[in-house]
Design a protein around this ligand. Sequence first.
Ligand code: PLP
Length: 225
Amino acid sequence: MRRFEANYDRVLSTIEAIRLQTNEHQIIKIVAVSKYVDTDAIRALYENGQRAFGENHVQDLVRKSRTLEALPLEWHYLGRIQTNKINALLEVRPALIQSCDSLEHAKAIDKRAAEKGMKPHLLLQINSAKEETKAGVMPEAAEELYLQIQEECPHLELKGVMTIGAHSPERAQVQRSFERTFEIFEKLRPHGAKYCSMGMSDDFEIAIRCGSNMLRLGRILFQED
Ligand SMILES: *Cc1c(COP(=O)(O)O)cnc(C)c1O
């Protein structure tokens, strides 16, 4: 058996089962979060068929994407935006920057994208459980900020929203944070929102039931058995 094959098969069948119960027309994209693992592990998961990978530190994203540049991978950025690292981030030509959460950061990315003649794709990160320790715009302000970024940042393409579920053992609270994010996503669909990125190893089943079409899965894919 290939390395990670059992994980991958198990996760794919779980996702497929819930997807069919929830909405058979929904395609669900998996971003494998490789922040805990080295490039050998990424290569092993790629050999199982995975193409999209996510990192939350720019240095790691730069290093791993370079090491693996011969492979047809797409890279997602999930970490905090730091102004002094935006140039390095854009050089990787990430498929999606999932973690923009302020007009200030959007403008900083827009400015550098303009200089490079690029039009990076972004998601707006929402702090759907209103947790102090978490990044993301407050849900009440999300719609307005999304439209404002669209208006003021012509070199960015907003593609939807991202959230991290409530940090809680209570299923109802996690679900509420996903429902809140999905409501915002629905309102933004007429404005071009395509992705509702929510669901990690511990809560992806709830996220799919709440309408997620992009899962960010780390530990569950890369655990060694
Ligand atoms: C680490 C991380 C994930 C993946 O978490 P797991 O619990 O390992 O699946 C997803 N999204 C973000 C933003 C992360 O930082």
